[in-house]
Design a protein around this ligand. Sequence first.
Ligand code: SF4
Length: 609
Amino acid sequence: MLGYGKIAYVDLTDKQVEVVDVGEELAFKYIGGRGWAAYIIFENLDQIIHGTHPSNVLVVATGPLDGTIFKGGSKTTFAAISPLTGIYGDSIVGGHLGSMMRRAGIDALVIRGASQEPCYLLVEDGRVEVESAEGLWGLHSRDADTKLREIHGDCSIATIGIAGEKLVNFACINVDWDLKLRRHAQAGRTGMGAAMGSKKLKAIVAKGGGEVEVADPERLAEVVERLRDQIAGSTLYEKWEKYGTMSVIEWSNNAEALPTKNFQYTRFDGVERFGGEAVHRVEEYTSGCANCMMPCGHTVSVGDGHVTVDYENFAMLGPNLGLEDLEAIAKANYLCDYYGLDTISTGSVIAFVMECFQRGILDEEHVGFEVRWGDAETVYKLIKLIAERKGFGNLMALGVRELSRYVGGGSERFAMHVKGLEISAYDHRAAPAMALSYATCDIGAHHNRSWAITYDLEVGRDDYGEDKARRVIYLQHLRPLFDMLGVCRFPWVELKVDPNLYAEAYSAVVGREFSLDDLLLCSERVWNLTRVIAILKKGIDVEDDTLPARDFEDPIPDGETKGSRIDRERFMELLRSYYRLRGWDERGWPTREKLLELGLEETAEKLYG
Ligand code: SF4
């Protein structure tokens, strides 16, 4: 018995919905979540013109552990061709959406076309209805969420804000705004909010009260028991419960990896004012995703609202902009959520403009007012301008890669992105494995795929040995596997839970035996598939697997890592090792043999004919 597998194909142009059973190939070769998304986007690739064109296909996919009793089974993938990068993009979100979708009897949505009028999707009782969003379009995420909740009661809601409606390239999707019992979370990266907005799709409401089918419930309960013991017995639990990801502010500062003033510096004086300890002192409550026993939604108040804070948000909107006041950073974070903007990309784009002012490349005449490091009011103003695409904000809404092309004047060298995706919050000039992770990440520079900086600290920050490439590859398979399973990776990352438990849980859910190695092979298959999508869509190759010029040319200016920068030649050698270990050629293309070995016959045919 397979406990997983109903996909709803929704055509918004003619309001048709068809629910189909998933075949074995998709179920077992691609598992779920981003695996399903990559497969479906590859199948539709020829027809997709652009990230915000109706031809784009938006996939909302849960994983087989979503909605089960497995702890942290709460993750949902939003994926499409990214409006920001033009290649495969995805963003994984927590909250209760995945659990509610599965309990409503739908495991994934494949959304095609575009509606003429604003609409939203209601997922309930094994059906998907296209509903009118009259009265919702033009509302901020929070307000749309409130209105929909008044109509639908107990449910999970994903909404876009103004930024998604206006097709800001890095618009996000908010899930479950402002509920004390439910973690407020965002699908932030790669502009999935704009992909949704381009379809005139304001929201997805999932209302599920059913049971999720599991092939072997007794076995799953036994695995969960062991997982529970490992979480509760971890010596790291207490610290996690107190600070969540916010303690990484202090960690990153001590490691001299905290992006400061657009990655010019790696340390920031005053982190005690807004780091984990400071947030702990003022937090109002902590909320969690569905069925989580280590909730990390630390929430502080901002004016008449609340914001759930995380390391990446605070690093990119705090020290990276020269802000050090907790209230100011929290407000900037709140505004990004409110308007529906990815905090990482927004922090990067604003920091870029600040540095352009610092260097005299931009001035008041260009932007309309002065932009200075650490000026909170200007940050709020810019966030609003970006979301509404007004004035200079209209250019900033394109993302840092495109913006730097418009600005020129040598600014491209400090436009902090890889393949168009703004780099997340770890300076990597003294961390070659982290640099390789960013340079080779399939969606552009994103820490989630391979957080290898701890390995750099462990084995040496000036070490470019082949082991680092091996480590990055392992992480690039293991970490996205959690996204395919629809489960939170934090028990493994933060509390060192045994990853084999996840394979056992998956086997119990689907009623077939899979080892962790079997699942890692599926994850490798998906990694190669998203690479081929990038090659076919944008001609991505070795030239694109690189870093901003700053990383090679601007040494870290102070601290114990002073003088460190990425050595170009040694980095290229590391990249060549990475390709060789992956079975890719010197262009960075998976070889035909590698694709066939992974069971990607159709993909090999498309790439090589
Ligand atoms: Fe969600 Fe945090 Fe729990 Fe993970 S640890 S399931 S992100 S609340």
